[in-house]
Design a protein around this ligand. Structure first.
Ligand code: ZN
Length: 472
């Protein structure tokens, strides 16, 4: 080997080592940003830990899968866990004072408990009963998450943990949508089979994937087929991705259309190849920024006669919902966003499935837009007896029937006609409200209901169409 080649080789090796070291350091810093915080581990006086364990049951005394949120009252650190399939939880914590909150989605009471851990004895609070305060299933509405990641791509938890978290947060169905991978779907479906064949809680596990490209992200919903994510042919590939999803029998969805850095949607000329539109992505602040832009674009598309049913997805990569990097963000919208958290079903879709939420019913409800999206407020909205996503013949007046509920309190409810507010209903400080009203409507118009709740609660329906509206 001559000297020049030798020194060139050494140089290359040194460069490679430096590159690897730099990448590793960057990756480590990045990972630390996403690391779920462990309560109190930074405090040397609090290294003694103990266990708190117990069980959560429903009104009938049956164990239920539920969510357990623990706030360290001193450091205000919050952690989120869920019970196992038998409703049991066991959490190791440093000695100190804690507030435990037990919950199971939006239709069950939340229960809180103050726990003072003084010594290393195991703490066993008595069983916690979570009562169901409302049952939206009775009116035909079932809820689920359309956008979730597991450790098969860049999610923090395995499939089983995400599955349990969905149950714990009161979801009736859920999609696993890993980036360019369908490897976790066998486990995901197995979990669903377990529930439908004798599981005491109903849950429909539906396959999916997030086709992740440099020209936007697209959910393939309702199929286990691996969709080719290459975009070497540019826009033609975006069209081809939608076609591939349809050939596999799935729903093709545009995800977070207004995210930047290649994650958003730019090929509006092939919009009509897609079926649904992720109006609300959980990683962004509720009804702000990219989510608000997505909503405004959706309104203007509707006014142009173009209708893609709106959906929501938590897009969560960590069901413990700890996103400490956001805590320094002082805007009030961000604070409320943090208060609501980011975990399974935040936000979620309520889909109308009057015969029950099997996979086919959920998918056709999503495709028709028979749904509303929410992080808390519950809506049953009917105009002239039609539910969201339906069209009614024109008549000058229509009967409006609205049933609202929010366990944390309602704040406002506004009816929009073609994107413009036309009625504000007085719902403030109520938990539940029934509204019946006859209103004048306009031919060719679309109507949605937008509801806010206290502490950042937000919900919006898909439209009811009146008369000659010709949505594509
Ligand atoms: Zn994405």
């Amino acid at each position: 080997m001559n000297k020049e080649v030798f020194s060139w080789k050494v140089g290359t090796i040194i460069m490679a080592v430096l590159c690897i070291a730099l990448t590793a350091a960057l990756a480590l810093t990045w990972m630390q940003c996403f690391e779920p915080e462990k309560a109190g581990t930074e405090d040397p006086d609090k290294t003694t830990t103990t266990f708190v364990s117990g069980i959560i049951v429903n009104d009938q005394g049956q164990p239920v899968v539920a969510s357990v949120e623990v706030v360290d009252l001193e450091s205000k650190t919050k952690i989120r866990r869920q019970t196992d399939l038998l409703g049991r939880y066991e959490i190791e914590l440093p000695l100190g004072e804690y507030e435990f909150t037990f919950s199971k989605g939006f239709e069950y009471e939340r229960e809180s408990l103050l726990v003072s851990l003084q010594d290393r004895l195991r703490y066993r609070p008595s069983p916690v009963t979570l009562s169901r305060t409302v049952n939206w299933n009775d009116a035909g509405w079932y809820c689920g998450d359309l956008h979730q990641h597991t450790s098969y791509s860049d999610g923090y938890q395995d499939v089983g943990t995400v599955f349990l978290s969905d149950l714990a947060n009161g979801l009736d169905f859920g999609f696993a949508t890993d980036h360019n991978s369908v490897d976790g779907l066998a486990e995901w479906s197995r979990g669903g089979q377990l529930m439908t064949s004798g599981g005491c809680e109903l849950f429909t596990a539906i396959p999916g994937m997030e086709v992740t490209t440099e020209m936007g992200h697209y959910n393939s919903l309702g199929t286990s087929a691996l969709v080719d994510d290459s975009t070497t042919s540019g826009k033609d590939d975006i069209q081809r991705i939608a076609d591939d999803i349809h050939r596999a029998g799935g729903i093709a969805q545009i995800n977070h259309p207004f995210l930047t850095d290649g994650m958003g949607f730019t090929e509006w000329s092939v919009l009509n190849s897609f079926d649904t539109y992720e109006l609300w992505n959980g990683k962004g602040v509720t009804n702000e920024g990219a989510n608000l832009m997505a909503k405004e674009k959706w309104f203007s598309l509707l006014n142009d006669g173009i209708y893609l049913p709106a959906t929501a997805g938590s897009d969560n990569h960590d069901v413990t919902g700890n996103y400490p990097w956001r805590r320094d963000d002082e805007t009030s919208a961000s604070k409320l966003w943090i208060e609501r958290g980011l975990y399974s079903g935040m936000p979620r879709n309520y889909v109308y499935c009057p015969e029950g939420a099997d996979a086919d019913a959920v998918l056709s409800g999503i495709l028709a837009g028979n749904s509303f999206i929410t992080n808390g407020p519950l809506i049953d909205f009917r105009l002239g007896k039609a539910i969201p996503g339906e069209q009614i013949p024109f008549a000058e007046e229509q009967e409006l029937m609205i049933h609202l509920y929010d366990q944390r309190g309602l704040e406002s409810a506004v009816l929009l006609e073609n994107g413009i507010p036309i009625h504000e209903f007085s719902v403030e400080n109520q938990n539940e409200q029934n509204i019946r009203l006859t209103i004048p409507v306009k031919d060719g118009s679309w109507y949605v209901l937008e509801v806010t709740g206290s502490q950042g609660g937000y919900a919006i329906t898909n439209p009811v169409f009146v008369g000659s509206f010709s949505g594509e």
